[in-house]
Ligand binder design. Structure first.
Ligand code: ARG
Ligand code: ZN
Length: 852
């Protein structure tokens, strides 16, 4: 049964101190939890603690052990009545970390014990008020075998350690900052350790410790460097300084998400820590830095100020994503970074907002909280913060952040509190803006314009429209910031600025415009909306060349391509005009930086197009994209070849320019792979590659074009990288992308590969997820074999790891984007799933929404 935001009530009891003793064991870990509890007000209500998947051993109030009649136990709660105002509660539980394949609570990842408590995993470790508005000071004593687990880690500072009988040892940690239990963490294992220090702006020295599996030390330097950059950036940009004497990061191979910001002890998916020149791509390096930054930034936006309840998740996630995006933009090309952000929103968040799980960035109804770590809460949440930044300006925004911390440091608060701080610090009314928090769906801006030669005036009319969403909300008009540029024949006439759309329909009049301008709207993607305005090819060409905003230049190209892809869906015989290619020729010959050029040359993805079209026939869409791509490849063959060759250098470097060069080179390869010399080019690049970006690009074009060399390079790649988990994930992914009618059989075969294990989320995502999300042609094959394959995997994952299952079901529940025939096939698989009798709550929630 779901929970509702409107039903929030403050807790009846407070827990101020938590004293944990955890004696680790593979199948019988004993947790003793001593808590200081007080009633939050005068009342006689029972204390109802959350707890699941564990065995209760004993309950003690002060010095009295309770007998079985003095408490009530259900599947998910422990209730104790007749309690005094204030007492010490001691609870002992037994848990089985090895059996924990859901990777929530305490589990074993290879030879390491670790925890994941957000959102509601702490209740799998001990009975507790598992909600973020219960904040306590934690002391944690860990006991384990000294030989197998030399490192015993928890939040805060190490205060004691020692030896015990039977080759055991212990370490005690104390975290002086009150925190909700979702930020609790414990790690035990044997590691290689990279250490460094960072001196904060006020002169305190912080020990930085990064723990990785043995043999991986040389791959941990980039993560450490990224951490130090993040610490400095947060001081310089937001005046936010780190607060403990130690900051630890542990990399583990089994992890449901990217990483977790536990106070002073981040636990990371090793994918977002480990990177070296030979085994990591440029994107991997970028992502490691971004995730390290994200988790570090949470220390203030998330930990020092946390969420009152889980409906407020975007309070910390939207804000922290915005902060990590700004950080990445400062570390790299800001335009290219912004383009990467926008592609995710348009391709994936828009699809979520149009599908059965559509929800506002602050959801109102939740059944399984893990289902709400979504693109909407994170990415749209970040866009909402960014819009405030755009509306208020950088200075006022930063003043708002300062006021937010002044008011709320140490508290668990709401999104309303955040907006209030922004509004008060800037003296700006944000009451209409706040509908962004409560309203789901992607707004559409319908734009029309008029030029009056007699008066030299130009009128722009913007109408906002709010499509019906699955959660059947009534929609309000929003405050939508629209960056605009008017591009005229005479450059001196160009105007730019910010429009505040607030009414259903609004018109702006611009004076002294001597000829009809081309409007460029939503510069830098100033709002997460769709735009409906008819541009002809010539207008788009003008924008591609003359728009001041780089994002607008890129976006005009995307619109040009999208227009032709749409036409080609209905008419594959369409004669494509040469201007399409010549627009790209201009791009290739321009003096923009190569990273940006590479983005300009990439066509909109299948997902982006699918999110923009109603009831698309997936086969027709795949074909349309490939016709356009082939046309461009043929028209610009010599340019692509020339550019490609000029960028084939033998030296490896990792600066921005070198990264941009590789990006452009590999986009050229991607086009050239559609032409005659494809096999030779791919094979050569594969053989000569001295870095993973080039090597992977070569095998990827071999896979997606089903080139002759494909099987050989795959064998060679596997031989070279066997045993390197992260690189083998890439190998599994490339298999899943094979553009060949036997791909499903190939993947079914790989499920039996000695290096495949469905228990490992990275592996499962690399093979099963990559197929379902990125092999659009065969996942959506009309014979339904792709859907059926996913169904069979979801049946297994449902019991092994519901969170992973719930992510991988996404492409099936978004059936509404596709035509009726496909919808039927997709729904049939969902119905089969819904008939399973051991369905996890995660899948029940999504299936209910999808099939309702
Ligand atoms: N707070 C983490 C982050 O964004 C993600 C934790 C997700 N946990 C989950 N159970 N879905 O950095
Ligand atoms: Zn986060």
């Amino acid at each position: 049964s779901p929970r509702y935001l409107k039903d929030y009530q403050a807790p009846d009891y407070k827990i101020s101190n938590v004293n944990l003793t955890i004696q680790l064991d593979d199948t019988k870990t004993i947790v003793t939890n001593v808590m200081d509890v007080t009633k939050a007000s005068e009342h006689q209500r029972a204390l109802v603690l959350d707890g699941e998947h564990m065995q209760l051993k004993s309950v003690m109030v002060n010095d009295t052990k309770l007998d079985r009649s003095q408490y009530q136990l259900s599947d998910s709660t422990l209730s104790i009545a007749n309690l005094p105002e204030q007492f010490i509660l001691t609870i002992t539980t037994e848990i089985n970390p090895v059996a924990n394949t859901a990777l929530e609570g305490l589990y074993k990842s290879a030879d390491v014990y670790c925890t994941q408590c957000e959102a509601e995993g702490f209740r799998r470790i001990t009975y507790f008020l598992d909600r973020p508005d219960v904040m306590a000071i934690y002391t944690t004593k860990i006991i384990a075998d000294k030989t197998s687990f030399p490192f015993l880690l928890a939040n805060g500072n190490k205060i004691e350690q020692g030896e015990l009988a039977n080759n055991l040892h212990f370490v005690t940690w104390h975290d002086p900052f009150p925190k909700p239990c979702y930020l609790f963490a414990l790690v035990a294992g044997d590691f290689e350790l990279l250490t460094d220090t960072f001196t904060t702006k006020s002169g305190r020295e912080v020990n930085l410790e990064l723990f990785v599996d043995k043999g991986n030390l040389s791959r941990s330097e980039h993560a450490m460097a990224s951490l130090k950059k993040s610490m400095l950036w947060d001081e310089q940009q937001f005046n936010l300084e780190y607060d403990l004497d130690i900051y630890m990061i542990v990399a583990v191979d089994f992890f449901n998400m990217g990483a977790m910001e536990n106070k002073g002890l981040n636990v990371f998916n090793s994918k977002f820590v480990l990177a070296d020149d030979l085994s990591a791509t440029d994107d991997d390096f970028f992502n490691v830095e971004a995730v390290i930054a994200h988790e570090y930034f949470h220390n203030w936006t998330g930990n020092r100020v946390t969420c009152r309840d889980w409906f407020q998740l975007s309070l910390k996630e939207g804000l922290t994503v915005f902060r990590d995006q700004q950080f990445s933009a400062d570390m790299h090309s800001s335009a290219v970074t912004r383009i990467k952000n926008v592609k995710i929103v348009r391709a994936q968040q828009f699809a979520e907002d149009a599908g059965p799980m559509a929800h506002p960035i602050r959801p109102e109804k939740v059944m399984e909280m893990n289902n709400f770590y979504t693109l909407t809460v994170y990415e749209k949440g970040s866009e909402v913060i960014r819009m405030m930044h755009t509306i208020l300006g950088d200075d006022a925004f930063k003043a708002g952040i300062e006021l937010y911390f002044e008011r709320h440091d140490g508290q668990a608060v709401t999104c309303d509190d955040f907006v209030a701080a922004m509004s008060d610090a800037s003296n700006t009314c944000l009451s209409q803006f706040k509908y962004w928090y409560s309203q789901s769906g992607t707004p559409v801006l319908i734009v029309s314009d008029d030029y009056h030669e007699e008066t030299n005036t130009y009128q722009l009319t913007i109408e906002q429209s709010h499509p019906q969403t699955h959660d059947k909300q009534e929609k309000q008009n929003l405050h939508i910031p629209v960056n605009f540029e008017l591009i005229s024949n005479d450059e001196n006439d160009n105007q730019q600025g910010l429009l505040h759309c607030k009414q259903q329909k609004q018109t702006w009049t611009f004076e002294n415009v001597s000829s009809k301008p081309v409007p460029a709207l939503l510069g830098n993607f100033s709002a997460p909306v769709k735009l409906n305005y008819h541009y002809d090819d010539q207008a788009l060409n003008t924008l591609m060349v003359n728009a001041a905003d780089e994002f607008n230049r890129w976006d005009a190209g995307q619109k040009l391509f999208a227009g032709y892809i749409k036409q080609l869906i209905n008419n594959p015989e369409l004669e494509l005009p040469l201007q399409v290619a010549s627009a790209l020729e201009q791009v290739l010959l321009s003096n923009a930086d190569n990273a940006f050029k590479a983005e300009q040359l990439v066509l909109p993805s299948f997902d982006e197009m699918a999110a923009a079209i109603d009831e698309v026939n997936s086969g027709a869409l795949v074909r349309a994209i490939s016709i356009l791509k082939r046309f461009i490849a043929q028209q610009l063959q010599s340019h692509f070849l020339h550019t490609y060759q000029s960028l084939c250098t033998s030296e490896f470097a990792k600066d921005g320019q070198a990264i941009g060069n590789r990006a452009l080179k590999n986009v050229c390869l991607d086009y050239l792979a559609l032409l005659d010399s494809a096999n030779e080019l791919a094979l050569n690049q594969f053989k000569q590659a001295n870095n993973m970006t080039d090597q992977l690009a070569a095998i990827k074009v071999a896979a997606v074009n089903d080139l002759r060399c494909f099987e050989d390079v795959m064998v060679e790649f596997a031989r070279q990288w066997q045993g390197n988990t992260l690189v083998m994930d890439k190998w599994f992914t490339i298999n899943a992308l094979h553009n060949n009618e036997n791909v499903v059989q190939r993947i079914i075969g790989l499920l039996e590969h000695p290096e495949f294990s469905i228990d490992n989320p990275n592996r499962a995502r690399a093979l099963i997820g990559a197929f379902a999300f990125y092999n659009s042609k065969y996942f959506h094959h009309q014979d339904g074999s792709g859907y059926e394959f996913l169904f069979a995997q979801l049946v297994k994952l449902n019991t092994i790891n519901p969170q992973v299952a719930s992510r991988l079901i996404t492409p099936l529940i978004q059936f509404k984007s596709f035509d009726k025939t496909q919808q039927k096939l997709m729904k049939a698989e969902l119905e089969k799933l819904s008939r399973l009798d051991n369905l996890s709550r995660d899948l029940i929630e999504k299936l209910d929404a999808a099939l309702q």
